[in-house]
Design a protein around this ligand. Structure first.
Ligand code: PDD
Length: 307
């Protein structure tokens, strides 16, 4: 089945989806993005990601390309036309296309928007989580506004590549004082020997993950103890459990850090239980694809469609 992408108001076959060479996302990484997990056809934590998108745009003074209602409808439509049961929706908004100049383009420059949909094998992801992943650590060399979900991801790419080359599933990033900030594309957590869930406090040092926020709420509902504070690599290595959270990994247990086993070297019961709870309750926090929407979409050949 051929994939459909959404590019600047048009639905186009994925293989033909193009943006202009002078899109500022391309030349300056002057763009932000969001990723939604899709589970059983529903967009997980839909509102949370939409709210963070608005914040990222606001922090960078990029004009939203459309209303939240229209954006929601397009994102839902992408799930539907790509027949995504389990997978991801990727959305990127740039400051638009303009003659290359570091300074912002004129205020009436239209922001660029693209959305892609990707199906994933839920069984494979589940098997990976049940096995747990190894992580390595690297210095965190990113810029000072990691709270903005910008597409400026080169340090993250290098960290993830280092992990892949080491046969690990993720790379944890460490600040100059030896404390873990987060991972290359997920938030880092530990469970202490006293059964406290610990993750770094939200600040400009980390991306405040939507999965992270949801997990806090779920943990508190379940009466678990939580703490937002920094922890070192050594503390994580001697913790009871460790795991990462993200829209794509949900809750994935970490069983080894820089070659040292965490706990007994197998996924911990807290991590697996939290994952199960997160997935089981996802549907309550999700947006179901809506069949009838009042947005205009442009079909591949340019004719307008109402869905
Ligand atoms: N990554 N930290 C970083 C650096 C991330 O890139 C991500 C998400 C997270 C977790 O955020 P959330 O729970 O909102 O997905 C934390 C996405 C999935 C990505 O880049 O593909």
């Amino acid at each position: 089945m051929s994939r459909i992408a959404y590019v600047n108001g048009r639905l186009v076959p994925h293989r033909n989806a193009r943006i202009h060479i002078e899109d500022r996302g391309n030349q300056f990484a002057d763009a932000v993005y969001e990723v939604w997990g899709v589970r059983d056809g529903a967009l997980m934590d839909f509102e949370g990601h939409l709210t963070r998108l608005a914040r990222s745009l606001g922090e960078l003074h990029i004009r939203p390309p459309m209303s939240d209602a229209a954006l929601s409808a397009v994102v839902s439509r992408m799930v539907e036309i790509n027949h995504i049961r389990n997978g991801l929706i990727y959305l990127q908004i740039s400051r638009g296309q303009a003659r290359r100049d570091h300074v912002f383009p004129p205020a009436n420059t239209r922001p660029g928007i693209m959305i892609t949909a990707k199906a994933l094998n839920a069984q494979k992801a589940e098997a990976r989580a049940q096995k747990g992943i190894a992580v390595i650590t690297r210095p965190d060399i990113r810029w000072g506004r990691r709270d903005i979900k910008s597409v400026s991801l080169l340090p993250n790419v290098l960290a993830k590549q280092a992990a892949a080359e080491a046969g690990a599933g993720e790379c944890w990033l460490v600040d100059p004082d030896g404390f873990v900030t987060e991972a290359s594309s997920s938030n880092a957590w530990i469970v202490t020997k006293d059964d406290v869930l610990v993750t770094r406090a939200a600040s400009q040092d980390i991306l405040n993950g939507i999965t992270r926020r949801t997990l806090f709420a779920l943990a508190e509902n379940a009466g678990l103890k939580t703490e937002e504070r920094a922890f070192t690599v050594a503390e994580a290595q001697s913790a009871r459990e460790a795991f990462v959270t993200s829209a794509s990994a949900f809750v994935t247990p970490v069983v080894e850090i820089d070659g040292k086993p965490v706990g007994n070297g197998h996924p911990g019961s807290f991590s697996l239980q939290l994952r199960a709870t997160y997935v089981a309750t996802a549907k309550e926090r999700a947006r179901k694809p809506v069949r009838r929407q009042s947005v205009w979409l442009v079909a591949p050949r340019g004719e307008r469609l109402v869905n």
